[in-house]
Design a protein around this ligand. Sequence first.
Ligand SMILES: [Fe+2]
Ligand SMILES: [Fe+2]
Length: 245
Amino acid sequence: MKKEVYKIFKMYCQQYKLNNYKSKKLWSIIRPICYHKEFLKRLQTPFWHHDIKTLGEHIICDAIVTYKIIDKVNKKNKKAINIYLAVIIAMFHDLYEKPWQNNLELPRRKFKNNHGFTHPIEAITNAITWFPNYFIEDKDTLIIIDGVIHHMFPFPVRIIDSGLELNNQEKYEKLDDKYKKIIKLSTNIGKVGIFSIRKSFYIEGRIMSKADKIVAIRKDLKSIDGYISFLTGKNKKLLKKEEKI
Ligand SMILES: [Fe+2]
Ligand SMILES: [Fe+2]
């Protein structure tokens, strides 16, 4: 898979029309994350994210679209947006623990703890655990955590309370207190009951969130089944595909 990942990246650069020079610059940012064994796992079955893409492919596409948008905005604006941090947010935003569609091994959760509401917290927990070097500088850490936590906006994210259930709960508990504090704070601001509904405070996260929607709605979710699965966790179309494999 390590050999394949660069080919997959180049294929999507072509699809999204990112030229050679820019794709090299982007690859130099994302390469260390792409080669990590946990990322490589997410480029294969059973990690299907939407109908036609693996989770890893979806993340790569988000990184490309995020890069393209900021590259364009930065050309027009003097105030430069941090393209590096925005791409890192894209690489971490959906690093959730387990495949979420048609997964019979997943424990039954209360509605409030469904994948849609909790996966940003799982993703940031995994990112801090697997890629600690990206969470050393305080300001960068804040921007990355807030961006990942609120990438689903306007869809709500779960706040941290005693009723929260994650598929990587033990990993969350083991995080350094300073990270748990930032995650709690990030979900507490914009709190409505047990959910938080707000955009990221930082432009890097807001643009990444936009890129996520562009990729998901225009390219990934081509069927009604795909949309419905987002709420139910079951995707009939994916089941048919699995039967063929
Ligand atoms: Fe997501
Ligand atoms: Fe996503």
